[in-house]
Design a binder for this molecule. Structure first.
Ligand code: HSE
Length: 432
């Protein structure tokens, strides 16, 4: 048995994730002791209403989070979520030298600079694996395993709710509204699904991923964000017709231009080829595809949400910070030395797929093509199918700035020969 004094843990929050953290700490106490080199002891659980929690030992519950943090605990685990009171509580913990493990993506995406500063001042650890993609080990690979490489792109499905909806639309052909209703009925979407379907949740995760991948400070406000509410059954059908599928992607990309470097950080729906590894990620699963100079391509896949999967990531962090306490080590600090600027979306190179209903007569294609040329957008592929009195025209572009592509689409929509712009969607995951 270990002779080191116990590592005392304060748990802030006891919802779905917190309850699982308590269960794992209890069920695996002996193994955790052996792995850490000291017993890991739950000293208290701070919740708003202690009498509402029947699944955890009553004697551990308290409504006074400040007092619990100020007691002789070594580590504070936060699974409350949201900015306040989590921010103030974790700053107080770090300032007084208590290591912090948090699953709070919104907090990290907005206030990581303050948290890292407090962690540096006292030498306490700050770990947050559970903040992005639940159980999937992803932040530690970016922060540690790939610290000797040069990451060029991180592209992922980091929101299970929207992936469940888009997968459903793809398999049934149903509309966004119908599929969201079904997802809500089955409990995959929250009663208020805004944070998920409008891309806020994915944008927070993208900010965290970009900060770690590119050693730069990126906040949620830097992330270009589009949700899935405007993805139509026609978009999904257009993707299918070309052997592609639509996913909500969080993309963090290094852009090199004229010898200078910047980063593009964005969340938006995009078509990817069915052959891309992310295309096979369906339902509520998450996956993140990482490209690095020396390592090449990697994919991290698994459960991105839920009590037990998220608690698994929290426990992994807890073991790491507890080991650091026992062996007097220190986890990685903030690494923002590269300070790469974030590129505005308009200047970001992207590719578009555009599907149009046009009049079927001489000169139509040349009028449409002229608009692309005018905006310096190069066409990669065109497919036309004649119908009875009109034609379907599908155009896939080469990379151009997002602003040029948007202006092209706006102008094409106004051409008298264009009856309807059926679908406009960015294309990712393939080189042309
Ligand atoms: N609401 C998120 C999702 C899980 O749907 O994936 C928590 O980040």
């Amino acid at each position: 048995m270990s002779s080191h004094k116990p590592i005392k843990v304060a748990l802030l929050g006891c919802g779905t994730v917190g309850t699982e953290v308590v269960r794992l700490l209890t069920d695996q106490a002996a193994d955790l002791t052996a792995r850490v080199g000291a017993p890991v002891e739950l000293a208290g659980i701070a919740v708003r209403k202690p009498n509402k929690h029947r699944d955890v030992p009553a004697e551990l519950l308290t409504a006074d989070a400040e007092a619990l943090i100020a007691s002789d605990v070594d580590v504070v685990v936060e699974v409350i979520g949201g900015i306040e009171p989590a921010r103030s509580l974790l700053l107080a913990a770090l300032r007084s030298g208590k290591s912090v493990v948090t699953a709070n993506k919104a907090l990290l995406a907005e206030h990581s600079a303050d948290l890292f500063e407090a962690s540096d001042a006292s030498g306490a650890d700050l770990y947050f694996e559970a903040a992005v993609a639940g159980a999937i080990p992803l932040l530690r690979p970016l922060r540690e395993s790939l610290a000797g490489d040069r990451i060029t792109r991180v592209m992922g499905i980091v929101n299970g709710t929207t992936n469940f909806i888009l997968s459903g639309m793809d398999s049934t052909g149903a509309s966004y509204g119908e599929t969201l209703e079904e997802a809500t009925r089955l409990g995959y979407a929250e009663a208020d699904p805004t944070a998920d379907v409008d891309g806020f949740d994915a944008a927070s995760k993208a900010a965290i991923l970009a900060s770690l991948a590119f050693h730069s400070r990126v906040t949620a406000a830097d992330v270009h964000r589009e949700g899935i509410a405007s993805v139509s059954a026609a978009d999904i059908a257009a993707a299918k017709a070309l052997g592609r599928t639509v996913k909500l992607l969080a993309i963090c990309e290094r852009v090199t231009e004229d010898g200078g470097e910047s980063i593009s950080v964005r969340v938006h729906p995009a078509m990817i080829p069915k052959s891309h590894p992310l295309a096979g990620v369906n339902g509520a699963f998450n996956a993140v595809f990482v490209e690095a100079d020396a390592a090449g391509e990697m994919m991290f896949y698994g459960q991105g949400a839920g009590g037990a999967p998220t608690a698994s990531a929290v426990l992994g962090d807890l073991v790491a910070v507890a080991r650091n306490r026992v062996h007097r080590g220190r986890g990685p600090r903030e690494s923002a030395y590269a300070a790469l600027p974030v590129r505005p979306m308009g200047q970001t190179p992207t590719r578009y797929h555009i599907s149009l209903d046009v009049a079927d007569r001489a000169g139509v294609l040349s009028q449409v093509a002229a608009v692309f040329a005018e905006h310096d957008v190069s066409i990669a592929a065109v497919r036309q199918e004649g119908r009875v009195d009109d034609a379907s025209l599908v155009i896939v572009t080469h990379a151009a700035t997002d602003a040029a592509l948007r202006s092209t689409v706006d102008k094409i929509g106004g051409l008298p020969v264009v009856r309807e712009v059926v679908s406009v969607m960015r294309v990712e995951g393939e080189e042309l």
